[in-house]
Design a protein around this ligand. Structure first.
Ligand code: PLP
Length: 496
């Protein structure tokens, strides 16, 4: 069966998987969605015997149908290798009766590595398949983790350049240090004076700017996106839900076909959408539990059916979830409309014009797959503390938002279905907030002293990603205002 990709807004072309990966966004501003969600037609007992890489092939080959077996297997082999510090790639850690799916064992110790270590390979393969001769310029807005993971993935990949914009005052010191020390002749890192949404909005605008794209083409470049709207990011993220389920069957925690719940700390709605697609493929998932921080726009949406971004943007200790416009939600909205692209386009237009939209009662019924809740800053800190006290396991603030929301879910529903919590970052990426929650007298310690102390407390070695930046020189120090982003891009590419 061939799976093609069409736009959520209905005016763009329907394209192959490789073209969708190259384009990132459809020309009508919509997101690419598969014409059909393929079924996972492999018995779970068989999946339980497979490695992460083998599972990745089974899942991804169902979606990326114009890649040959060799091409896809090569991409997978190049992505999920020694860059990960465990052979399992995404291990499950049981603590307190819950299963933490650790998605932070890659190069930058956050879950973005799961997709961004394979995206450059998918993209350069896609370029070859489609006789693209332009250099690919990856343009990315980051709330902290995407940026470094994309830089690490694309650095020195021939035929590509990568430009990353991040909110100068909206990421953790370790996140910033990770980015501004990035090596590679094709890497550019730029701070902006606004917040993540400003950066993301400006990036989206550049993608839709025909004049700019013509200028680029003339100079031998074309944009593509490494943001989580790219289906080349989404598809690899489906894999680890299948993998986690098959491990639970393999170790006897659940019987084949028995349902699990999944809790996902959510920002741009990419990770949880991947879990939703896994469910549509046939993976036995009961509830998709969507966890937000104080930027609880999604919680309010699930409760009321109104998505309203007109509110203050709050800086929290889980910065990768400080988002008011969850881009990937558009793909869910599209499905809720019954794949009515015109209706979807209208809602997205309302969001961009007036800052809100409301879905119909009928569409709201489709939200039954989801449960949404949020954690305050205090509750997040308490969740880190509680998990550490009960099981000596130290979790990062993003994962803690999920763990805290899961406790609320249990209290609300008394549903004790076995549950997987997506653990999206290593605590070493957010040592300050983590140590605040689990240790005393840490105010005067710098980030590296904190990391050493965390290692003593948790018994987990300081990861290589942190060791490497202790002494690395700053290589990028440009800061611009959001409106100046297009000029910055032209300057970087040498376009007048
Ligand atoms: C990006 C990120 C999230 C949010 O994931 P989305 O796919 O944007 O919803 C959560 N936690 C961490 C650590 C992240 O980097």
């Amino acid at each position: 069966m061939q799976v093609l990709y069409k736009s959520t807004r209905g005016k763009g072309e329907t394209v192959t998987a490789s073209m969708a990966i190259l384009k990132g966004l459809s020309e009508d501003g919509g997101l690419f969605v598969p014409t059909e969600i393929p079924k996972l037609d492999v018995p779970v007992e068989k999946l339980a015997q497979m490695t992460y890489q083998e599972t990745a092939y089974e899942v991804m080959s169902r979606f990326l149908t114009d890649f040959t077996e060799d091409e896809l297997k090569n991409c997978i082999a190049n992505a999920y290798d020694e860059k990960f510090d465990t052979k399992e790639i995404a291990p499950l850690h049981e603590a307190d009766g819950e299963y933490f799916l650790e998605l932070f064992h890659g190069a930058t110790i956050a879950f973005k590595d799961m997709a961004l270590s394979i995206l450059p390979h998918l993209m350069t393969t896609a370029a070859r398949k489609n006789q693209v001769s332009n250099d690919i310029v990856i343009l990315t807005a980051t709330s902290g983790d995407t940026g470094k993971a994309a830089l690490a993935g694309f650095a020195d990949v021939p035929g590509t350049k990568i430009i990353v914009f991040y909110p100068k005052h909206g990421v953790s010191p370790i996140q910033e240090k990770q980015m501004v020390t990035q090596k590679g002749d094709n890497t550019y890192v730029v701070g902006i004076t606004g917040n993540f949404d400003d950066a993301q909005t400006a990036v989206k605008k550049m993608f839709n700017d025909r004049e700019l794209s013509a200028e680029l083409n003339e100079a031998g470049f074309q944009f593509s996106s490494a943001n989580s709207i790219n289906i080349g990011r989404l598809v690899p993220q489906i894999v680890y839900y299948v993998y986690a389920y098959s491990r639970l069957v393999g170790n006897g925690t659940v019987k084949a076909g028995e349902k699990i719940n999944v809790v996902v700390p959510t920002g741009n709605f990419g990770n949880i959408l991947a879990a939703y697609y896994a469910k549509q493929m046939g993976l036995p998932i009961n509830k998709l539990i969507c966890a937000s921080n104080e930027n609880k726009v999604l919680f309010d949406f699930f409760r009321t059916g109104t998505y309203d971004r007109k509110r203050d943007f709050i800086l929290t200790t889980s910065p990768s979830m400080d988002i008011l416009i969850s881009s990937n939600l558009e793909r869910l909205i599209y499905r809720l409309t019954g794949e009515d692209a015109q209706k979807c386009a209208e809602l997205m237009q309302a969001l961009s014009d007036g800052g809100e939209y409301t879905i119909t009662e009928d569409m709201k019924k489709g939200l039954a797959d989801f449960y949404g809740n949020y954690c305050s800053e205090e509750e997040t800190k308490e969740a880190i503390h509680a998990t550490y006290k009960s099981s000596d396991y130290v979790i990062d603030p993003h994962t803690a938002v999920a763990a805290g929301v899961y406790k609320k879910y249990l209290a609300d529903t008394d549903d004790h279905t076995p549950t997987v919590i997506a653990s999206t970052a290593s605590p070493y990426k957010f040592t300050r907030s983590v140590m605040d929650a689990v240790a005393e007298n840490t105010e005067d310690m710098d980030d590296f002293a904190l990391a050493d102390r965390l290692s003593e407390i948790s018994g987990v070695k300081v990861p290589k990603a942190v060791e490497e930046i202790r002494t690395a020189p700053v290589l990028h120090d440009t800061v611009v205002d959001a409106p100046d982003m297009p000029d910055t891009v032209k300057k970087i590419l040498g376009i007048k």
